[in-house]
Design a protein around this ligand. Structure first.
Ligand SMILES: C[S@@+](CC[C@H](N)C(=O)[O-])C[C@H]1O[C@@H](n2cnc3c(N)ncnc32)[C@H](O)[C@@H]1O
Length: 189
């Protein structure tokens, strides 16, 4: 049976992002993939806002371009074919939200997946670029090997960041089998 409110980690992430974003804002989709989060962010920022999206796979960026084109929202997005670990080269400060949806592109090569070394760099750079009260969400998938390592390294790193700089929240389903996804949310102070 499906739950209504506490069903998908990605929906919980969207709820938190919705609180932090207004029309006209600049936001980041750090893992564009099939473009679902990019589309969601484009709707949140409206005509005057901008979504900056990163992915290392052409196929992901192409699919997303098509999706946004169908919705007439292409002019709200800048899609960058580069790893999110290079975020600092593309984005100045003042970003109100950043979404990470880690792992691999569903239906594609599972070996092309986010890896903790680059994810940690990107998160560190992203926190720097968030504006005050800006929010970052990270959906983590420990159900596959690389994702489990990523979860452990992320939690280790994030639990050491000063609480004067950010608040870090972990939301985890504790009664589900098979290493369910979890959400990490970070608010800049
Ligand atoms: C789970 S999918 C993202 C799903 C997407 N947010 C959506 O709404 O459809 C993860 C994506 O991260 C991408 N990725 C892997 N390593 C990356 C990196 N270093 N920088 C940016 N994207 C990366 C993969 O190519 C894949 O498309």
């Amino acid at each position: 049976m499906q739950a209504k409110y506490l069903n998908k980690a990605t929906d919980l992430a969207k709820d938190l992002i919705t609180r932090a974003v207004s029309h006209g804002d600049i936001v980041v989709d750090a893992t564009v993939g099939n473009g679902n989060d990019t589309l969601f962010l484009c709707q949140l920022v409206g005509e005057k806002g901008k979504v900056i999206g990163f992915d290392i796979q052409d196929v992901a960026l192409e699919r997303t371009r098509e999706k946004l084109s169908e919705k007439n929202m292409l002019d709200r997005v800048v899609l960058i074919n580069s790893g999110h670990e290079n975020l600092k080269d593309y984005i100045a400060s003042g970003v109100s939200a950043i979404m990470f949806n880690l792992g691999y592109l569903p239906g594609n090569n599972h070996n092309i997946t986010t890896r903790y070394e680059t994810t940690l760099k990107a998160i560190e750079q992203g926190i720097d670029r968030l504006k005050k009260n800006g929010v970052m969400t990270v959906v983590v998938y420990p159900g596959h090997r690389e994702g489990l390592i990523e979860k452990e390294k992320l939690l280790e790193f994030l639990s050491t960041i000063s609480q004067g700089r950010v608040n870090v929240l972990k939301m985890e389903f504790i009664n589900q089998v098979n290493n369910p996804p979890l959400v990490i949310a970070i608010e800049k102070k």
